[in-house]
Ligand binder design. Structure first.
Ligand code: LRH
Ligand code: MN
Length: 424
């Protein structure tokens, strides 16, 4: 299913006067409003191919209807999101959940939908049918060299798929670790994992990057062999200049100061990018900005400050990806809300008066520093984000369009109600 441009124009026409009123009010206080809007137009967030169907937990999965039953339909769903918000112009594939059978067909569909292929994701956290050796006790860390070899070859296969599609990065998240004290020799597990990553690193094309994603716990519950940003950075520094640390917002222990981690990884030039989501307790993979919107703003505040300090290009120098799971929401509505939350936090971070903030930081004027950040966080930038969409050919209110035009109902008519998407 594709969305016709004239239908989006009709939608925008119906909302234009209200939008213009709100936009003029919001823009009145923003000196460089057109610069801000251009940065929003240039900014895209990659959609995870594994989060286009209904997710679940070990306690149950309540499948939705009209889900994409194959990679083509998943691409079409990402194309739908991008047609509505013009900020979802990339897809991140997970192998083997989304093996591209016909590269030319997938590439021409991506071009037609205006989509790029962001980082590829390997999977050595599940045993596939017909797989010779099990990953029950890990993959790149495994005590058995043959298991490590099998996992290394899988990652190299994933790179090959990515090269065919034009991707430029491999994300490696390892479920490797241990569940009980004494189960694992931490040093040997680290050294096995590093040696395995070095073989994968050697197979990287010259213009590729490898993203080492860390996670504090789950599915191992005593130790994870890439358990925090420090361990990931240790691997990335030992691997070389093409290796970076990927920050999944849900992969931290409670109350971790993620914005400080981001600032320091940026300072070191070792920040890969993000798996955006939100959480209250563990790796809940909830809608971005749905639980801790202020933390998301503080993270983007550090990103804009740190990227500008290094002269980085906001849109292309980091990996912007969502990694969420939709247990109770329509996957596409959830993703529309997540992209909107990211665009709002980025827009607000662009409005922070950095000159003034630097001044009051130099004066240890703690109160004014907080006022600068919280006044910006309490600034309603939704009309600015909507104006960027309007100028970029998108819908003024993507979620309203999705509901009013009964997009899910149309997908159900096309696909039936029994299709199940591969993924989490
Ligand atoms: C692990 C993770 C990783 C993906 C998986 C789907 O929790 O965040 O990024 O491979 O989710
Ligand atoms: Mn992730």
């Amino acid at each position: 299913m594709q969305i016709e441009k004239y239908k989006i124009e009709e939608h925008n026409q119906s909302l234009l006067s209200e939008h213009k009123r709100k936009y003029e009010f919001a823009a009145a206080d923003i000196k460089n409003v057109n610069t801000v809007i251009q940065k929003l137009i240039d900014f895209n967030v990659a959609i995870p191919s594994w989060a286009l169907g209904t997710g679940g937990t070990r306690f149950g999965r309540f499948s939705g209807a009209g889900e994409p039953g194959n990679l083509i339909e998943k691409m079409e769903d990402v194309g739908l999101l991008h047609a509505l918000n013009r900020s979802s112009g990339a897809v991140s594939l997970h192998i083997p959940w989304d093996i591209p059978e016909n590269y030319p067909a997938i590439k021409s569909l991506a071009a037609q939908l205006g989509l790029k292929f962001d980082a590829m994701n390997s999977n050595t956290f599940q045993d596939q049918k017909g797989q010779e050796l099990s990953y029950k006790f890990g993959s790149l860390q495994h005590v058995n060299k043959a298991v490590r070899k099998q996992a290394i070859e899988h990652n190299i296969d994933v790179i090959k798929h990515g090269v065919e599609l034009g991707s430029k990065a491999l994300t490696v998240w390892l479920s490797d670790g241990s569940c009980f004290p004494g189960q694992l020799n931490f040093r040997k597990a680290f050294q096995n994992t590093l040696a395995s990553l070095q073989e994968i690193y050697t197979a990287l094309p010259a213009d590729w990057k490898i993203f080492v994603e860390y996670k504090a716990y789950e599915p191992n519950f005593y130790s994870m062999t890439v358990g925090d940003w420090g361990q990931s950075l240790l691997y990335a520094n030992k691997l070389g200049s093409k290796a970076y640390t990927l920050v999944d917002l849900g992969h931290h222990l409670a109350n971790a100061n993620i914005e400080q981690i981001v600032s320091l990884l940026l300072m070191e030039g070792k920040l890969a990018g993000f798996h955006f989501n939100d959480s209250k307790y563990g790796d809940d993979d909830l809608t971005v900005g749905s639980i801790k919107p202020y933390q998301l703003f503080l993270i983007f505040n550090e990103l804009v400050e740190g990227m500008d300090a290094r002269g980085m290009d906001h849109a292309s120098d980091l990996g912007w990806m969502i990694d969420a799971s939709h247990n109770v929401k329509d996957p596409l509505e959830d993703l529309l809300q997540s992209v909107e939350a990211i665009m709002i936090s980025y827009a607000q971070a662009l409005l922070v008066d950095r000159t003034k903030l630097n001044e009051v930081q130099q004066d240890n004027d703690v109160v004014t520093a907080q006022e600068i950040l919280q006044n910006t966080f309490r600034t309603d930038v939704r009309a600015i984000v909507a104006e960027a969409r309007l100028r970029n050919g998108g819908a003024l209110n993507p979620l309203q369009y999705f509901r009013q035009m009964k997009v899910r109902e149309q997908l159900i008519k096309e696909r039936g109600s029994k299709t199940v998407a591969t993924g989490l």
